[in-house]
Write a protein that binds this ligand. Structure first.
Ligand SMILES: O=C(O)CCC(=O)C(=O)O
Length: 259
C-alpha cells in the first residue's frame, strides 16, 4: 500500500513514493465544492459525448478528449504547484500535456486491461520515466464503482507482464483527491459494479522531446490558447525542448501567440 498523504504533502514526498511504488495518493487536494463544480461542468460536456469504440476505451465508458478546448475547469489543476513540483522531479524541467481525458465509467463496464501508459512509445524497459499521469477523481472512487487498479512496484519490471495471479491494489479515494502514477506502472480502470457512473479526469504529461498522445495545437483553437496563462500555453505545446525541439520557422512557438 503506498503512502496516502494529505494536502500538505510535499513534492519530494510524492516523488519518493512514486520511486518506490510507482504511484501515490494525495487526499483532498480539492475541496468538496471544487470537485462538485468540476463534476457539474464535465456532466454538461458528457451529454454530448459518445461511448467508447473498443474494449480499451470501454463500450460503457464515455471519454472527453480535447478537454482544454471544452472547459476551463482543469486549467488550475493542470498547473497546481504540487503537480508541477512532482513533474519537475519525475520528468525533469521539460514536459508537456499528453492526454487530458475525462473518463466516466458506467455501471456494467468491465475492468480495463492492465497496461502501461508509456508502452505506446517503442523504447525498451528499463528507461527513465517518460510519462507522469494524474487522476483527479470527481466521484468517490470505491471498490464497487471501478476505482483504478494498480500493480504496485511494476514500474521496476523489465520483461514481466501482469497475469491472473498478480496482486493488484485499488486506488480508492474520496472525490477531490489525486492519484499520481508513472507511465511505466501497470494499471487500468476498474469494473463498475455499482448503480451509478464513476467520473474522473486523467491529466497525462510526457517529456518535452516525445510526441504527446493528443495534438493540442490542432485540438485547442489558437485564439482560445491566447487567453490562457503562459504556463498552460507552454504545456499545450507552445514551448521548446532545449535547444530547439518544437521550433516554428526557427523561432520559439510562443511567437505564434503574439501575432
Ligand atoms: O479510468 C481509470 O481509472 C484509468 C483509465 C486508464 O488507465 C486509461 O484509460 O488508460
Amino acid at each position: 500500500m503506498p503512502a496516502r498523504m494529505n494536502a500538505q504533502a510535499t513534492a519530494d514526498e510524492v516523488a519518493a513514493s512514486l520511486k518506490s511504488d510507482g504511484y501515490a495518493i494525495v487526499e483532498h487536494l480539492l475541496s468538496p465544492a471544487e470537485a462538485a463544480e468540476k463534476r457539474a461542468e464535465l456532466t454538461r460536456i458528457l451529454a454530448e459525448t459518445p461511448e467508447g469504440r473498443n474494449d480499451f476505451e470501454g463500450f460503457k465508458t464515455r471519454r472527453i478528449y480535447a478537454l482544454f478546448a471544452k472547459t476551463r475547469a482543469f486549467d488550475e489543476p493542470a498547473t497546481h504547484p504540487l503537480i508541477l513540483g512532482v513533474l519537475d522531479r519525475v520528468l525533469g524541467p521539460s514536459y508537456q500535456l499528453s492526454a487530458p481525458v475525462g473518463i466516466e465509467i458506467h455501471p456494467g463496464e468491465t475492468a480495463q486491461v492492465l497496461h502501461t501508459d508509456d508502452g505506446i512509445y517503442p523504447i525498451a524497459r528499463p528507461h527513465q520515466e517518460l510519462v507522469l499521469n494524474i487522476m483527479w477523481p470527481l466521484d468517490d472512487f470505491t471498490e464497487e464503482n471501478g476505482a483504478t487498479r494498480v500493480v504496485p512496484g511494476s514500474h521496476l519490471w523489465t520483461d514481466r507482464r501482469p497475469d491472473e495471479s498478480t496482486p493488484v491494489e485499488l486506488a480508492t479515494m474520496p472525490a477531490g483527491s489525486v492519484m499520481f502514477f508513472v507511465g511505466s506502472v501497470f494499471h487500468g480502470g476498474g469494473a463498475n459494479n455499482s448503480s451509478k457512473p464513476r467520473l474522473g479526469t486523467i491529466i497525462e504529461y510526457v517529456s518535452g522531446w516525445l510526441r504527446p498522445q493528443e495534438n493540442h495545437i490542432l485540438a485547442v483553437p489558437r485564439e482560445m490558447v491566447k487567453t490562457l496563462t503562459p504556463r498552460l500555453q507552454e504545456l499545450l505545446g507552445y514551448n521548446i525542448h532545449p535547444p530547439f525541439v518544437g521550433n516554428v520557422d526557427g523561432r520559439h512557438p510562443r511567437k505564434m501567440l503574439e501575432e
